[in-house]
Each structure stands twice: as structure tokens, then as C-alpha cells.
Design a protein around this ligand. Structure first.
Ligand SMILES: NC(=O)c1ccc[n+]([C@@H]2O[C@H](COP(=O)([O-])OP(=O)(O)OC[C@H]3O[C@@H](n4cnc5c(N)ncnc54)[C@H](OP(=O)(O)O)[C@@H]3O)[C@@H](O)[C@H]2O)c1
Length: 293
């Protein structure tokens, strides 16, 4: 299988370099070698070589920045995704793309299923939802994995930030009214490879036959506050900490440009039923990653 990997230097993209290598030849592109927002260059790159699968881990992920410049978010998260969908149909490759829990407003009581009503609260969520809708309108051969709270230790993430500030401050204040599924980038990359392994015989037909949205996030839901407490408690290098207390705060006390959903855990049952793939619990991934550091 020949795979084009876009956004190969991101949290997820970096992990996909490893997991996809089990499937065949991976051609990785970071922003420096292929600016996905340059739609002409994107089309050229897809025309220049034949791929069985394109995995799109590139995205405009600056949630607060997207409030200031929604057009920039839309260029990558909607327009480039539409181009990928069009090219997937025309050139007969399977597309794997990622979306977000931020397509939901977080007002529900239970975990969201794929066909629950999307109602994004911010510009980033709108741009990602429009990307999903573009693929659906095209009936593109695309598997869209909606994920949440992606973290890694390589780049700035919630986990790496908590580990840093635990070494700088005695008291951490963390919002306790946002609940979601922390997803370790390495786990999502492995899940992607496990899915693609199942369509290996004919990746285009296999992806096309399974096209649509799947929720794919770490197992178990937690508040940001409880997640932060677990990060502090599970850090094997606790002797380096200055932190004495982690305190819960209401998100209204930490105003940010983009409103976040309050309760947006994802029900990942469809992924389990269709592909037999389930991500590990967020606690087990946290412990694993911290002890491997
Ligand atoms: N992070 C989360 O909490 C979260 C939650 C839900 C869903 N997701 C989704 O999961 C996927 C992976 O996210 P992630 O956490 O891995 O994000 P990330 O670490 O920000 O990676 C995104 C990558 O896209 C690259 N990129 C940005 N603009 C580009 C451009 N014009 N051309 C080419 N590449 C460009 C970035 O380049 P640079 O390396 O130059 O920055 C970065 O390497 C995305 O679809 C995201 O929307 C993420």
C-alpha cells in the first residue's frame, strides 16, 4: 500500500509515520514540503504520483486563533478537505481524515453518537464540521475519525503544559466544567493503521465501502480538572514538582476567545462494531506515556 501522509509533523502525524509504516510505503509531508492550504500545490502533489490512501493529519488546530481568522481555519479544515474529497473520487484513493468533538455544543447528557446533531460553538468547530459536510456531499471515499483532546509529549498539549506548569507553580487552577475523552496521539495512530489493515486488499474499495464518520477517542470521560490531577499524580518525576495544589475553577473564570463545549464525550461504539477497534482507557495511556518518557 502506498500512503501519502499530510501534516506529518503534528502530534498525530508524527505518530502516524510509525504506525502506517507497517502497511507499506509512507510518503510524509509536513507544512514545509507541502502547504495543504495552497490548493493548487495540493492538487499537483496528488497528480504527481499514485497513492492508494491519503491520510490527512494536517489541520488548523489553533482554536482561539480561528476566532480571529476564521478564513484561515476554513481554508485548511474545509476547502483543502473538499479538494481531498474531489481528488479521492477522481483518482480513486481512499481518504482518512480527522474531525473533532468540537462539532458538538456539549449541552447533552450522554456521550455523542455519530448522527447526533452537530452545533459547533466556535469557528474551529464550524470549519471542521464544514469539512465533514463537504466530504459527505461529495460521497467521497473517506473515513472520518472524529476524535477529542488529542495529546502527546512531543508538542504543546494539555499534558505537556500541565507537566511544565507543575514544575513552575505551587497552585494550578484547572477548569472542572469541561468533560471529554483525552486521546493519546500514539493510540489514534495505531487505531488508524488497524482500520487500514482491514482494507489492505483493495484500499479504495474498502474505504469507499466503509465511508462515513466514526468516533475514535480514548476510552473514558473525565473533566480537565481530574485529568490534570491524574497527570500530576502519575508523573514518575514528581520530585521535580513545585505544585502543592490543583484547584477546580469554572470556565467562566478563564475567559478565552473560543467557547468550548462543556460535556462532549464521544460514544465510540460504531468504530468497535465496524472495525473491532477500540482505543485504550485514557488513564492507561497516560501512565504508559509518562513512564516511557
Ligand atoms: N489536538 C486536539 O485536541 C484535537 C482534538 C480533536 C480533533 N483533533 C483533530 O485531530 C487531527 C490532528 O490534530 P493534532 O493534534 O495532531 O494537531 P497538530 O499537532 O496541530 O498538527 C496539525 C499539523 O498540521 C500542520 N499544518 C498546519 N497548517 C498547515 C498547512 N497549511 N499545510 C500543511 N500542514 C499544515 C501543522 O503544521 P506545523 O507543524 O507547522 O504546526 C501540524 O503539523 C486534526 O484534524 C485535528 O483537527 C485534534
Amino acid at each position: 500500500m502506498r500512503i501519502l501522509l499530510l501534516g506529518a509533523d503534528g502530534q498525530l502525524g508524527h505518530e502516524l509515520r510509525h504506525s502506517l509504516a507497517f502497511l507499506g510505503e509512507v510518503v510524509p509531508h509536513g507544512r514545509a514540503t507541502l502547504d495543504v492550504g495552497r490548493l493548487d500545490l495540493l492538487r499537483e502533489a496528488l497528480a504527481a504520483s499514485r497513492y492508494d490512501v491519503v491520510v490527512n493529519a494536517s489541520a488548523h488546530t489553533d482554536v482561539d486563533g480561528a476566532e480571529r481568522d476564521e478564513a484561515a481555519a476554513r481554508r485548511l479544515n474545509t476547502e483543502a478537505v473538499r479538494v481531498l474529497g474531489e481528488e479521492a473520487r477522481a483518482r480513486k484513493f481512499g481518504l482518512v481524515h480527522y474531525s473533532t468533538d468540537f462539532v458538538f455544543d456539549g449541552a447533552g447528557e450522554r456521550a455523542y453518537r455519530e448522527d447526533d446533531r452537530a452545533a459547533p460553538l466556535n469557528a474551529y468547530g464550524r470549519s471542521k464540521l464544514e469539512g465533514e459536510q463537504a466530504l459527505a456531499a461529495l460521497e467521497a471515499p473517506a473515513i472520518v475519525l472524529r476524535t477529542a483532546w488529542v495529546w502527546s509529549l512531543r508538542r504543546k498539549s494539555f499534558v505537556s503544559t500541565i507537566l511544565r506548569v507543575a514544575r513552575e507553580r505551587e497552585t494550578l487552577q484547572v477548569v472542572d466544567d469541561q468533560v471529554g475523552n483525552p486521546t493519546f496521539a500514539g493510540d489514534l495512530a495505531i487505531a488508524t493503521a488497524l482500520i487500514l489493515q482491514q482494507v489492505r486488499a483493495d484500499p479504495y474499495a474498502g474505504v469507499a465501502a466503509n465511508k462515513g464518520i466514526y468516533h475514535a477517542a480514548g476510552k473514558g470521560a473525565v473533566s480537565r480538572y481530574d485529568f490534570a490531577r491524574a497527570i500530576v499524580a502519575e508523573d514518575p518525576r514528581r520530585q521535580e514538582h513545585r505544585v502543592r495544589a490543583v484547584e477546580p475553577v469554572d470556565s467562566s473564570r478563564v475567559p478565552l476567545p473560543a467557547t468550548r463545549p462543556k460535556h462532549a464525550p464521544l460514544d465510540c461504539g460504531k468504530l468497535r462494531e465496524r472495525f473491532g477497534v477500540e482505543l485504550p482507557t485514557w488513564e492507561s495511556s497516560l501512565v504508559r506515556a509518562l513512564t516511557a518518557r
